[in-house]
Design a protein around this ligand. Structure first.
Ligand code: 13P
Length: 345
């Protein structure tokens, strides 16, 4: 079994200054949606080629500390035969693995889900550790709507996240705990703040009950933000202020770090929000605050690639650019000038 020191060292490397995590763990079903947008067929070879483009991006390790992989990808190889896991390690990037089996309808709770995947998880974690995974991810989904979320949804998802986290740590894998409060809906930012605070409070209670080593764990929350179709959209500084306020009220300072999901925000807005948190609260945050974006890192790269080998270089340039912008944001140094300058280049 890995020592506590090993877990802590890995967690700290994941949130090293100026770095964040690339979420490239789309399930076969989710990547199909992304491929549909660029009219690429969802074949194993296309999925492999797409991830190959991302992971062979030169200098990616300057800005990215870890990549979250899907089971299939963890077992795949680069075009030259190098396993993706080895390729990432060679570039100073930690391989991670999504271990949840997805959000499924929660009995007696219409419109709500529970994330499944605990059955057999200890064995799967042991195998993933052998295959080289250093950290894992489990995503819980909390939906805001009329009369929801329910207490059942909040507490059962917290319980599953905590059980997952403890199982990972026993296998020497650092858990990313991801409770996503969805931005879908017309709810206000006040409602989002209230639900996020409740969700996180419940989560840390469950993590305590399950004896999870907080120093060897990473939190991946959503930001406190206005519902996507709410008429009144909060500005960047307000999102930063409310998000940090909520995290400070709920997250023990022992947690190794916080890395946000992008959740459907545009790529530049996700960067601006992260930047405002690190700029406006410089020196006042008890944990590193960085990114673990999926769509907000990959969208421009995917669009540039379009499934063609000839577009690999532009696809990689797009990924490197967004990675660098978010790296700057993780230390509060992102600016419009940086964004435009790089675009013009
Ligand atoms: P998004 O940044 O696209 O929300 O993805 C992050 C993630 O890993 C969701 O589980």
């Amino acid at each position: 079994m890995a020592s506590q020191q090993d877990l802590i060292a890995t967690a700290q490397a994941m949130v090293a200054s100026g770095k964040g995590i690339l979420a490239a763990d789309e399930s076969t079903g989710t990547i199909e949606k992304r491929f549909n947008d660029i009219k690429v067929e969802n074949l194993e070879e296309n999925r492999r080629a797409y991830r190959d483009m991302l992971f062979t991006t030169k200098d990616l390790g300057k800005y990215i500390s870890g990549v979250i992989l899907f089971d299939e990808t963890l077992r795949q190889k680069s075009a030259d035969g190098t396993p993706f896991v080895d390729l990432l390690k060679k570039n100073g990037i930690l391989p991670g693995i999504k271990v949840d089996a997805g959000a499924k309808p929660l009995a007696f709770c219409p419109g709500e889900t529970i994330t499944e995947g605990l059955d057999g998880l200890p064995k799967r974690c042991q195998e993933y550790a052998k295959l080289g995974a250093k950290f894992a991810k489990w995503r819980a989904v909390i939906t805001i709507g009329k009369d929801i979320p329910s207490r059942t949804c909040i507490e059962e998802n917290a319980h599953a996240l905590a059980r997952y986290a403890a199982i990972c740590q026993e296998a020497g894998i650092v858990p990313i705990v991801e409770p996503e409060v969805l931005m879908d809906g017309d709810h206000t930012i006040d409602r989002c703040e209230e639900v996020t605070e409740w969700t996180l409070n419940s989560l840390y209670d469950a993590l305590y009950l399950n004896k999870v080593l907080l120093e060897g764990s990473v939190l991946k929350p959503s930001m406190v933000i206005s519902g996507k179709s709410c008429a009144q959209q909060a500005g960047v500084d307000e999102v930063a202020e409310r998000t940090i306020r909520t995290l400070k009220r709920t997250i023990p300072s022992a947690v190794a770090g916080i890395v946000f999901l992008s959740g459907g925000q545009s790529d530049e807005l996700a960067t601006a929000h992260l930047n405002a948190m690190n700029r406006n609260f410089a020196g006042k945050l008890p944990w590193p605050v960085s990114f673990s974006y999926g769509r907000a890192l990959q969208a421009p790269s995917l669009k540039a690639w379009k499934g063609a080998a000839a577009n690999v270089a532009v696809g990689q340039a797009a990924l490197l650019h967004r990675s660098r912008m978010n790296s700057l944001a993780s230390t509060g140094k992102y600016s419009d000038a940086e964004e435009k300058q790089a675009k013009a280049a």
